[in-house]
Design a binder for this molecule. Structure first.
Ligand code: RFL
Length: 414
């Protein structure tokens, strides 16, 4: 008897039990989390399959993150997954805050001896797809539809999907399912509602996320804290720069034509002695409502969630990709230990080890959101206290060090 877990799957034809389709692990989602888990499994010769709804071309070009913390780069490197990144990424040492018409450099590498690496997420995904498939012989099925999870509480779970070529439902029996299908995936909904708790936070704020076909206007990340709202600048490549503009939640990107965007960026990022912004065509314009969630029980039976499927952090502190990689290292190692050596310690400790860093980053995101958005909150008290918090970073060494460690995710507690 099969119990389909997808909420949109009232009935599924019975399992034809194709004996060929039996894998120790099925990974749902070919983002950074799923591909990294897959690469770790393949490195240990564990058989697995990755199921992805989009095409290979789509996942390799989807623009998203760019900031990767040094500990994550080291972990990727240790697992043979960072060769291109180390060759092409820029290592940054400072960021810059602009407020009250002045520029303030924050030298985080001098304080922590660690860097931020700038490497566009599409390049990382391209590297990981190539490594998983072409180098480590992994199986990815792109363009699958209607993925469903079955019998997760049994010792014989399975995953089924509609094959894009035949339109037939195919089944894969497995020992474990890695739910790496991001914030809008289906695996989170397969957690039994009576056992799952999801903590949520809505900032009541949105950012207009922009990609401009223009070289960066500064040699580092810039945060503009302004009474008109937050603005951000970060390099993506020598030809493309990401900008953010705080805007009302639910705002329509069409309300932001080219001229308005650049006028507002110049105003909010303006400061004495700052180089002028290099304008360019806007090739992406999306409104992101700032909200976060944490699935407090990201594992049940044979299903383990990782990355955005398990927790979402708004791009405020540029942490989502880093957390996705952290989960993937933990889960990949734990599955390998269990499946090759019968050692279940990693799987048993997965939830706790993942959530420790997740909650730490969530707290930092919230703290940083106050700094970014206090000046424009309309509340003079909040504007005053958050400005004091910001000034402290440039006057008190202990406060500066604490900020640098959180910003780089390098605190020793992990
Ligand atoms: P992903 O990358 O969303 O990948 C999930 C994959 O699953 C597929 N999928 C399914 N596959 C099979 N069946 C289904 N039913 C499926 N449903 C979905 C999807 O097509 C996709 O390929 O999740 P993952 O692997 O957990 O990685 C998370 C990161 O992508 C995300 O946290 C970051 O992009 C967040 N983020 C940033 N993080 C950083 O650490 N540093 C940054 O600088 C940074 N900047 C950003 C960001 C996110 C942004 N957006 C778009 C929200 C900037 C932006 C604008």
């Amino acid at each position: 008897m099969t119990s389909p877990h997808s909420p949109s799957s009232p009935s599924v034809p019975s399992d034809p039990s194709d004996p060929a389709e039996r894998r120790p692990v099925v990974i749902v989602g070919a983002g950074p989390a799923g591909l990294t888990v897959g690469a770790l499994l393949r490195a240990a010769s564990v058989d697995c399959v990755v199921l992805e709804t989009e095409s290979r071309q789509f996942v390799e070009t989807r623009p998203r993150a760019g900031v990767i913390e040094e500990w994550a780069v080291r972990e990727l490197d240790r697992r043979g997954l960072a060769a291109n990144l180390l060759e092409h990424a820029q290592a940054h040492t400072e960021c810059e805050f602009r407020f009250g018409g002045e520029r303030y450099r924050f030298p985080y590498t001098r304080l922590t001896d660690q860097h931020h690496y700038f490497y566009p997420q599409p390049l990382l995904v391209t590297d990981l797809v190539r490594e998983y498939t072409e180098v480590r012989g992994g199986d990815i099925r792109f363009g699958v539809r209607d993925v469903r999870l079955h019998d997760l509480d049994s010792d014989r779970p399975s995953v089924s999907y509609l094959c894009p070529r035949t339109d037939q439902r195919r089944w894969i029996h497995c020992a474990f399912v890695a739910g790496c299908d991001g914030a809008r995936g289906v695996t989170r909904d397969a957690l039994p509602p009576e056992r799952v708790r999801i903590a949520r936070h809505d900032y009541g704020i949105a950012w207009l996320a922009l990609l401009a076909e223009a070289p960066p206007s500064c040699d580092c990340v810039v945060f503009g804290v302004h009474p008109r709202g937050f603005a951000g600048h970060m390099a993506r490549s020598p030809e493309v720069t990401r900008y953010y503009l705080q805007c009302p939640p639910g705002d329509d990107p069409e309300n932001w034509p080219h001229e308005r965007v650049w006028t507002e960026l110049r105003e909010r990022l303006g400061a004495a002695g700052a180089p002028p912004l290099t304008e360019g065509r806007l090739i992406e314009k999306r409104v992101l409502d700032m909200h976060e969630y944490v699935v407090e029980t990201p594992a049940t039976g044979r299903l383990y969630l990782a990355g955005d499927a398990a927790h979402l952090t708004a791009p405020i502190a540029a942490k989502g990709l880093n957390l996705a990689l952290h989960d993937a290292f933990l889960l990949g190692d734990a599955l390998v230990a269990h499946l090759t050596r019968g050692d279940s310690t990693g799987l048993a400790g997965y939830t706790e080890a993942s959530l420790r860093r997740v909650w730490d980053y969530q707290e930092f995101s919230r703290w940083l959101s106050d700094i970014y958005h206090g000046a424009s909150s309309g509340d003079p008290y909040l504007a005053g206290t958050t400005l004091a918090r910001l000034r402290r970073l440039f006057t008190q060494p202990a406060a500066a060090l604490a900020f640098a460690e959180q910003y780089l995710g390098s605190a020793a507690a992990f």
